[in-house]
Design a protein around this ligand. Structure first.
Ligand code: NAD
Length: 522
């Protein structure tokens, strides 16, 4: 495991920038909290916090702004997304610094977030007009009944996002909501609030009306209920256990919610896989953002015939990873974000080792690099009964398992309550697709780890099982933020017996009509 040179401390953000961004939050009434840079332990900001009055203000302002915004033609709304896309790319150095400082992740993985926001902005800018266009399905009586289905924004959408991909998860779900004519009240995680505030600032500079996208700040467990009590829809990303709380609160109000939750994602390396390619990509698939990625691979099932070769190459690549926190692209793996993350990682590895697991790479913290660095870790000989076997680690730890057949690989991959992401490796992509279809996961990548499906933003992304039923990306990622309204106009004749016609005659006529329609396959 090598250590990259520390070309710049990852803790220092220009104080003027921090001050300016903090003014954008609807917060300040509750006592502030201190936020520290994970890679160095240095303080980033005293973060203002929102109380109930702040949250109420944010929603009142957002509702006012939304009434005006929804009147704007979709092409005007998406023009803002296009300008925002350009700003994010043009100003990427600033936002990359903020993301790295707040999360401790490497620049390599911070850039994935810039890319994610750019492709989502571009996709929804290009597609929103089509997705929001009214349509005219057939009426109950063709020609005589004219039906129009219109789309109405929900109103004010709450986007409650976590800290691990703070730009992607706070922004990419807000963009389709805004394009659809909603306002957004965001609750970014305290640890990564500056990232979300930077995005709001950039969107306003791109032409978004002030007040339409606001941020309230506070711990989710403290202010989450107050937010949901006022929202028209909730978009939540985080753990499955918090997802249950959010679903209960949204259910109580009968508002919709989209839940993007945890994962324990499997990779299947079949006998005919390109083993070297799989071993190389597995590194990124397992250790992006030090494994603090919902899509990241935590279980690898390798066919017996290629197990030794895969494990040798994978372990070699993993040991070669450069760990460090400089603000450049010279290293791959940054810091974990919190003490509790390193505690979980340490506990999972220690429990596994104590019960007989073997460490093939990593397996130790690196306090010499920063308080929360942990070496990317590969475990073998992991068995049911070890914590890491079923529970999400959400850190740089993956277990490799030897399997004797495709059948066994699929069965073991599906032996999980989660179902977010999966990866299947085979030179025969037809066979791999058949296997993929049998894996219980919302996304399956063939000959890739997660980025092929995640980055294909025209296709929906989301989980099965306790990974949540929400969908982001694609038409689904926008349609969740709208309601449909059907307007049916009856012309010339009523849907009732004609004057002088008995009810019995009407029933006969309609029976004939239903038969004709069925024969015409209408
Ligand atoms: P967590 O559920 O403890 O916290 C996530 C966020 O939810 C935090 O910002 C927290 O403040 C907020 N929160 C907590 N309680 C809340 C409440 N009652 N109301 C509103 N908000 C509340 O999870 P965590 O461990 O901090 O985050 C990691 C988890 O998130 C992992 O399980 C990971 O897989 C999941 N995740 C999922 C996706 C996805 O797209 N499926 C993406 C990223 C992270």
């Amino acid at each position: 495991m090598t250590t990259a040179p520390q070309t710049a401390p990852a803790d220092a953000l220009p104080s003027e920038l921090v001050r300016r961004l903090l003014t954008l939050a609807t917060a300040g009434s509750a006592p502030s909290v201190e936020v520290f840079a994970p890679a160095t332990g240095v303080k980033i900001a005293d973060l203002p916090q929102s109380d109930t009055a702040d949250i109420e203000n944010a929603f009142v302002t957002a509702r006012r702004a939304q009434r005006e915004w929804v009147q704007r033609p979709v092409r005007e709304r998406v023009a803002v997304l296009r300008r925002f896309h350009d700003l994010v790319l043009a100003e990427q150095d600033i936002i990359l610094d903020i993301v790295q400082t707040e999360t401790g992740k490497s620049r390599v993985h911070a850039f994935d977030e810039v890319g994610d926001v750019a492709v989502n902005a571009r996709y929804y800018a290009a597609q929103a007009q089509r997705l929001l266009a009214p349509r005219n399905p057939r009426g109950v009586l063709p020609v005589l009944t004219r039906v129009e289905v219109r789309h109405r924004p929900k109103g004010v959408v709450a986007v409650i996002s976590p800290w691990n991909y703070p730009l992607a998860l706070a922004v990419s779900d807000a963009l389709p909501a805004l394009a659809a004519g909603n306002a957004v009240v965001a609750r970014p995680d305290n640890q990564t609030a500056l990232t979300a505030l930077w995005a709001i600032d950039a969107a306003e500079r791109a032409g978004l009306p002030k007040g339409l996208w606001q941020a309230v700040l506070g711990r989710g467990s403290v202010i989450g209920g107050e937010i949901i009590a006022r929202a028209d829809y909730v978009d939540y990303t985080g753990s499955s256990s918090t997802g249950r709380t959010i679903a209960r609160q949204a259910g109580e109000r009968l508002i919709g919610c989209s839940l993007e939750l945890g994962g324990k994602n499997p990779m299947l390396v079949l006998a005919d896989a390109d083993v070297s390619a799989a071993a190389k990509i597995a590194v990124r698939a397992c250790f992006a953002s030090a494994g603090q990625l919902c899509e990241s691979i935590e279980r690898i099932y390798v066919h017996d015939s290629v197990y030794e070769r895969f494990v040798t190459e994978f372990a070699q690549h993993t040991r070669n990873l450069a760990l460090g926190s400089a603000r450049d692209y010279s290293y791959e793996i940054g810091s974990l974000t919190f003490q509790r993350q390193i505690d979980t990682v340490t506990a999972h590895v220690e429990d596994a080792v104590a019960k007989g697991a073997t460490v093939l790479a990593g397996g130790r913290a690196r306090p010499d690099l920063g308080p929360y660095f942990y070496e990317p870790t590969i475990l073998a000989d992991v068995r049911d009964g070890m914590t890491v076997y079923r529970e999400e680690t959400f850190g740089p730890v993956v277990s490799v398992y030897r399997v004797g057949s495709d059948e066994e690989a699929v069965e073991r991959a599906n032996d999980s309550a989660y179902g977010l992401n999966a990866s299947v490796w085979s030179r025969d992509t037809g066979r791999a697709r058949q296997i993929a279809a049998r894996v219980e996961a919302g996304s399956v990548n063939v000959n890739e780890g997660f980025i092929a499906a995640w980055g294909s933003v025209a296709a929906p992304s989301g989980g099965l099982g306790i990974s949540g039923g929400g969908r982001r990306h694609g038409p689904e990622g926008l349609r969740k933020y709208i309601d449909t309204q059907t307007i049916a106009v009856q012309r010339a004749l009523p849907i009732a017996p004609l004057p002088g016609m008995s009810e019995a005659m009407w029933a006969k006529t309609m029976t004939l009509y239903f038969g004709v329609m069925k024969a015409l396959r209408q």
